[in-house]
Structure formats: structure tokens, C-alpha cells
Design a protein around this ligand. Structure first.
Ligand SMILES: Nc1ncnc2c1ncn2[C@@H]1O[C@H](COP(=O)(O)OP(=O)(O)OP(=O)(O)O)[C@@H](O)[C@H]1O
Ligand SMILES: [Mg+2]
Length: 266
């Protein structure tokens, strides 16, 4: 496979009050352009740490990350991050929150009119145009997540990094956003790494599910390709034997092979 994003022997040790703590060890992963990857594993295993290393917010103690032929040396607009708790600027409108990133990335490349059109296009993409002049406190949690996604996509990143993007939402809003994300991924071909605790979400959205072993010194346990044809329809899939089998395999990994550390004594 031609790797667009590659994690090579990534390891990280944190210095903590009680001494060094090894969070990750020998993490190797090759991701193709346009692939949708989910990262799944027990709480505290190191998923966010992997994402933060790819984002350039943490630097690996060993190994490194190569994106489109270049080693990552710090944060950059080519890797946009959507967090669980939307990080919108409260004093800016929905439109302005998206425009801010666009101005940073496309300054000198797009005219003001082109930038305006670009922002409007991305607001439409996530179905939030109707709230363009509202401030973050005036919109719902699901709407804020849509704005966060629009802001990231509008920066045209090489990779979209998502850390439990829908974790704080109710089931119905979550389903709508998953559908939007599937549509966006199909139309833009964005390369995505998404952390999730939701097995169904991982199977529905992913090309491959990367399952991490428990920490400390966590690494990749198994990688499961999801070969279900696209476009995927959640209702039809619910009873599809391949879907049921895929989710069963992920659950088995989580519950049998790598029991939650605290569960061993139970
Ligand atoms: N900056 C840091 N300093 C020290 N230890 C850290 C730091 N960041 C993460 N860790 C430790 O590394 C381990 C992995 O943390 P991480 O946040 O990546 O887990 P996670 O898989 O994202 O968990 P969750 O599913 O609960 O979000 C944890 O034991 C955590 O305490
Ligand atoms: Mg996390």
C-alpha cells in the first residue's frame, strides 16, 4: 500500500511527578490517502496521545510520523483536529469561526470574495448555513460540532483528526452527524483518523479499525478492515450479517483479548 501518512516505531514517555511513564511503544501504522481509520481501545490506553503526536502537539520520544513525504515536526494547518468539546471562539459568530481558519490558510491565495464563497460552501456542507450569524452559546452541541468540522474541512487539511467528535451528543444527533461525515468523506475523499468508543460508529464509518492494546506501553493490537460496500446505510446495515460480524469482532477484541485492566480482579 502507498502510505500517505505513516507512523514509524512511534513511542512516547512522559515525565510525571512519580517518574517517567511510558504511554506508547512501537506504534506502526500506514494509512492510504482518503482512508477512514478509527482508533478504538480502552480508556487511557493512548488513543489521544497517538492523535496528538500526529497533530504535532506532542513529540514522540522514539520514531516519527511522515505525512505526504515529510516528517511532522509540530502542529500545522495540514492536520486539523476536531475535539469532543468543540473549541469554538465564543465571541465570534459561526461564520467568523470558520472564516478565521480560512483567512490563515488561504491568505494571498484567494480573494476576499473567494474566501467568503469558500466559507459559505463549507457551512452548507455541514448543514449549518441557517445559523451562520449565531454565536456558539446560541446553538446546540450538535450544531457546534458541525461548525468545528466545517472549520477543519475549510482549512483543506491533508488529514482530519477527530478525538471522540460525537462523544458528548445524544444518539439521534450523533447519527445525523455520522451520516454527514460519511457524505463528506465520500465527496471530498479526506483522509480521516477518528477516535471513538462506539463500536457501531467505528464499523459504520471506517475502512479499517485500529484496535489498541491496553497501556502502559500500549501499541496496536489488531487492525480490522471493514469491507462493507459504500455508500453505507445504517438501517439496512443493522441486520446485515457482515456488519454484525464486524462489530462482534471488535467487541471480542475489547472484551476478551484485552480485558479492561480493572476487570481482571472482578
Ligand atoms: N501530558 C501527559 N503527561 C503525562 N501522562 C500523560 C499525558 N498525556 C497522556 N498521559 C497518559 O498516557 C496514557 C494515555 O492517555 P490518553 O489520553 O492518550 O488515553 P486515551 O486512550 O485517549 O483515553 P480516553 O479514552 O479516556 O480518552 C494515560 O495513562 C495518561 O495518563
Ligand atoms: Mg482520549
Amino acid at each position: 500500500m502507498q502510505a500517505y501518512l505513516e507512523l514509524c516505531n512511534v513511542g512516547i514517555e512522559f515525565n510525571t511527578g512519580s517518574g517517567p511513564f511510558r504511554a506508547l511503544q512501537q506504534v506502526n501504522l500506514k494509512i492510504a490517502k482518503g482512508e477512514f481509520i478509527s482508533l478504538i481501545g480502552h480508556s487511557g490506553c493512548g488513543k489521544s496521545t497517538v492523535l496528538n503526536i500526529v497533530a504535532g502537539l506532542y513529540s514522540a520520544t522514539e520514531g516519527g510520523v511522515i505525512l505526504d513525504g515529510r516528517e511532522i515536526a509540530g502542529p500545522g494547518p495540514d492536520r486539523a483536529v476536531v475535539f469532543q468539546n468543540h473549541a469554538l471562539l465564543p465571541w465570534l459568530s459561526v461564520y467568523e469561526n470558520v472564516a478565521l481558519g480560512v483567512q490563515q490558510v488561504f491568505r494571498g491565495q484567494k480573494t476576499r470574495a473567494e474566501m467568503r464563497e469558500w466559507v459559505e460552501h463549507h457551512l452548507e456542507l455541514v448543514h449549518i448555513s441557517h445559523a451562520r450569524d449565531k454565536r456558539p452559546h446560541e446553538i446546540s452541541g450538535g450544531m457546534k460540532q458541525r461548525v468545528g468540522i466545517a472549520r477543519c474541512l475549510a482549512m483543506q487539511p491533508k488529514v482530519l483528526l477527530m478525538d471522540e467528535p460525537f462523544g458528548a451528543l445524544d444518539a439521534l444527533t450523533r447519527a445525523h452527524l455520522q451520516d454527514s461525515l460519511m457524505e463528506i468523506h465520500a465527496s471530498l475523499g479526506t483522509t480521516v483518523i477518528m477516535i471513538t468508543h462506539d463500536v457501531d460508529e467505528a464499523v459504520l464509518l471506517s475502512d479499517r479499525i485500529v484496535m489498541m492494546s491496553n497501556g502502559p506501553a500500549a501499541t496496536i493490537g489488531e487492525i480490522m478492515p471493514v469491507t462493507l460496500p459504500r455508500p453505507r446505510k445504517r438501517l439496512a446495515l443493522a441486520e446485515d450479517p457482515d456488519f454484525v460480524h464486524a462489530r462482534q469482532q471488535v467487541l471480542q477484541f475489547l472484551y476478551d483479548k484485552h480485558k479492561f485492566p480493572g476487570a481482571a480482579a472482578a
